[in-house]
Design a protein around this ligand. Structure first.
Ligand code: SAH
Ligand code: SF4
Length: 400
């Protein structure tokens, strides 16, 4: 989401006539977009700000702007970083700054573009800072989103990735109430659009209607990002995720029944307060049995102000968190490798999006990264590719 917002912010600046500076010393305006979901992300942002402070001292005429989740409130952020000229919250745009309106669309779209369909989150999982920094759920109207997607497709986009913290709750605050399934049906009709993806889904909100809609629409990719966060019921309860591991499996079974080729992605936190060795082993078995295509694993870090920070003790030692993280990463690397290995010698439909290290890079409908080495320009092309090599994170092959 931050990356998508940064692209929109830079599109706005380009539209206003700014061009890219390649070093901070050359820039008139420096806009830092920040993430604080974990402590190391926040540390990185604060380090960058220290560098910008030194730069501002040397070049006081430069404008330093700050946005993203580091901005808890404009006033407190101004007190903490008085050298910053312009401060605004994530997803906002200061109306009086550079006389413009947010959001803005790029004049030339990428093949794959992200569109934020809702802001905020109502869940308040006990470890998570997102609801505090991005506020409550607020969905954009179907009409508004459809217009944006039409413009992006007219400007060259072939794939749209719909973004939100919990896209399955899309439309709940709208009158009349609409759902993600309704939105997908509408967008699926847009001529020129080839693929639709969405993330992130919440296991307690994936319903039968959404599953049936996903399975029936030709442009919707068979892929879901469905974080379980833990494989242990006691920890899930302490996280206030709102489901048991059995309920999670029921959703996965329904998805697989409707779409046997569906690719599954998961997020896991290790070292949550009170995570015993046994609870961790439940997460290990969950990942081992789940055979997810990808798993993002994070070591728990306390986020100030959250329910966990206020009421629980961060009692798993850093070293032990790191051990659990490494062990799960190794397990998942082997699983991803095995899944990808099974695709060698198959033929896959790949949409190419960019050139990387002299190779054309694209993705299959269920999000496998594929590289192809060939003459000519493949960007924006969909080709059938015979897979000849696999690794844990990508595949490569030849045009059929
Ligand atoms: N809305 C999504 C996740 C958003 S945050 C969901 O409900 O799953 C992105 C990821 O960061 C989460 O999936 C979680 O694994 C990780 N994360 C969030 N807070 C964290 C914390 N305090 N410590 C470690 N990882 C955290
Ligand atoms: Fe954070 Fe996701 Fe839980 Fe919302 S649903 S509080 S964004 S982890």
């Amino acid at each position: 989401m931050n990356r998508a917002e940064s692209l929109r912010l830079s599109a706005r600046l380009f539209e206003m006539g700014y061009t890219r500076a390649f070093r901070p010393e050359q820039a008139d305006v420096i806009l830092l977009n920040t993430c604080v979901v974990r402590q190391n992300a926040e540390d990185k942002a604060v380090n960058k700000l220290q560098n910008l402070k030194a730069l501002k001292k040397k070049y006081p005429e430069k404008t330093i702007a700050l946005s993203g989740c580091l901005v808890e409130s404009v006033e407190t952020t101004k007190e903490r970083f008085p050298f910053v000229d312009v401060i605004f919250k994530a997803g906002d745009w200061p109306q009086d700054w550079l006389k413009s309106v947010y959001p803005s669309l790029p004049l030339k779209a990428n093949i794959s573009e992200a569109v934020t369909i809702m802001q905020g989150c109502n869940q308040f999982c006990t470890y998570c800072i997102v609801p505090y920094r991005r506020g409550r759920e607020h969905s954009r109207t179907i009409e508004d989103i459809e217009n944006e997607v039409r413009v992006l497709v007219a400007r060259g986009a072939l794939e749209i990735v719909l973004l939100g913290q919990n896209v399955d709750a899309y439309g709940q605050n709208l009158k009349p109430r609409v759902t993600l399934a309704d939105l997908l049906c509408k967008l699926n009709k847009i001529e020129g659009l080839k693929r639709l993806r969405f993330l992130t889904s919440h296991p307690k909100d994936v319903d039968d209607k959404l599953i049936a809609t996903m399975a029936s629409l030709d442009k919707v990719c068979h892929q879901i990002s469905l974080p379980s966060q833990s494989g242990d019921n006691e920890i899930l309860q302490k996280m206030r995720r709102g489901y048991t591991i059995e309920q999670y499996w029921t959703v996965i079974c329904k998805l697989k029944e409707a779409m046997p080729d569906i690719a599954l992605s998961n997020d896991i936190i290790v070292g949550f307060p009170g995570e015993s060795l046994k609870a961790y082993q439940n997460s290990y078995e969950h990942i081992r049995n789940g055979r997810f295509d990808t798993v993002h694993i994070a070591a728990y870090s306390t986020r100030s102000g959250t329910i966990a920070a206020r009421t629980m003790t961060d009692d798993v030692l850093t070293k032990e968190k790191e051990r659990r993280l490494k062990e799960l990463e190794n397990l998942q690397q082997n699983i991803s490798q095995e899944i990808n290995q099974s695709l060698v010698d198959s033929t896959q439909e790949v949409l190419f999006t960019e050139l990387k290290n002299n190779k054309w890079q694209g993705r299959t409908k269920n999000d496998k990264l594929v590289f192809v080495n060939c003459d000519g320009n493949l960007i924006g092309q969909t080709r059938m590719i015979h897979i000849t090599w696999s690794g844990a994170w990508s595949l490569s092959g030849k045009i059929v």
